[in-house]
Unconditional design. Structure first.
Length: 327
């Protein structure tokens, strides 16, 4: 089968289209015939060697896929060959991918394979950021960094559904428009102004209840200034680089909370995980959670997908088209 692989960590040049054997279907797993694969910022970190959860090279990239089940492993019930599903996996940039049964989401009626590949990781991350890591309340003001990104646009919508006021940050007017269209109340261009000062101005000096930050180095420290008394900073990524270490005393003056989040920790709580999967699908079916797809590229153009993400050139999601959808 064709797959996008890395044999060493590095820049775009290490992404190679190769012919490799089909994945074996192990117990507790299914194998999908992949129609589309989602591209995540984490894939660019995996390629560069900065993703702690990534399999070391030689390996196939890609964390989520959508397609039809080809084979069902021992001990798996509830799925059969031909079922159309999305799944979190390792090795999604390929014609076939193996996924643990617990990471499989049956595709709802009316969802195409591009949307199916675009939503699982980013929607679940945003769902658990707003419902598990910090339970957003109606009276709260929420700051979302990189709010026009894949996770960002989901965070904006989910925080609005919780009833909160949402302030987003981004780097261009085109991206700001996308944030407002999905419900963002205010948008700050954090490349031309100091976002913490803008947040304080927009909140009459009070600050925000929670800040979601996966930008990292460029934004991290200023979040403490932008937070309200007893405010909460949730750090879940570092697109601009790893921040400097923090001294606990930075938190004292306003009794702040700093926490970290990774989606894979939620997967260790089966009932919370299953509830999140059901909820994001339900919200999509009800038309309350929109999936914004920026570009669909063929599998062999994975390098262009990474280039776009790393150059801040995307709004929402980039998807790789792998194979044809079953008739
Ligand atoms: N912890 C978890 O479980 C988890 C799960 C999913 C994603 N994440 C993290 O969440 C973040 C967003 O992921 P995503 O896949 O949705 O990507 P994305 O937000 O679609 O793309 C990354 C965005 O980050 C912003 N950015 C700021 N500084 C940047 C820089 N120096 N280089 C590149 N981008 C920069 C850009 O938006 P602007 O142009 O608006 O600045 C860019 O569009 C990533 O840090 C990712 O690792 C974490």
């Amino acid at each position: 089968m064709r797959a996008i692989r890395i044999e060493q960590y590095g820049g775009l040049e290490v992404l190679r289209l190769q012919d490799v054997p089909l994945p074996r279907c192990e117990a507790g797993h299914v194998v999908l015939r992949v129609e589309a694969a989602g591209v995540n910022f984490a894939d660019t970190r995996h390629r560069a060697g900065n993703y702690p959860w990534g399999e070391p090279p030689p390996t196939t990239l890609g964390l989520e896929a959508c397609g039809a089940i080809e084979e069902v492993g021992k001990g798996v019930s509830g799925y059969k060959a031909g079922d159309r599903v999305a799944a979190l996996t390792n090795g999604a940039y390929a014609e076939y991918a193996r996924a643990p049964a617990s990471m499989v989401i049956p595709l709802p009626e009316g969802m195409d394979s591009v949307t199916g590949a675009a939503f699982p990781l980013q929607a679940l991350t945003a769902y658990h950021l707003t419902h598990t890591a910090h339970v957003v309340q109606e009276h709260e003001t929420v700051l979302v960094h990189a709010a026009a990104g894949g996770v960002g646009l989901m965070l904006v919508q989910l925080a609005k559904l919780r009833g909160a006021r949402v302030i987003g940050t981004t780097s261009s007017e085109e991206k700001a428009k996308a944030i407002r269209e999905l419900g963002g109340d205010e948008v700050i261009n954090y490349t031309t102004s100091l976002f913490d000062e803008e947040v304080l101005r927009l909140t009459q000096g009070a600050g925000v209840d929670v800040a979601y930050d996966a930008v990292g180095r460029a934004t991290f420290e200023r979040n403490f200034n932008a937070l309200k008394l007893f405010g909460h900073l949730v750090s879940f990524g570092a697109a601009s680089g790893i921040p400097e270490p923090v001294q606990p005393r930075v938190l004292y003056a306003k009794s702040l909370k700093l926490s970290g989040f990774v989606l894979y920790a939620v997967a260790r709580l089966p009932s919370v995980w299953a509830q999140g999967m059901a909820q994001v699908v339900k919200l999509w079916q009800e038309g309350k959670l929109r999936v914004t797809v920026h570009r669909v590229l063929p599998l062999e153009e994975a390098a262009e997908a990474h280039r776009l993400l790393e150059s801040r050139g995307s709004i929402g999601k980039i998807v790789l088209r792998v194979g044809k959808a079953a008739a």
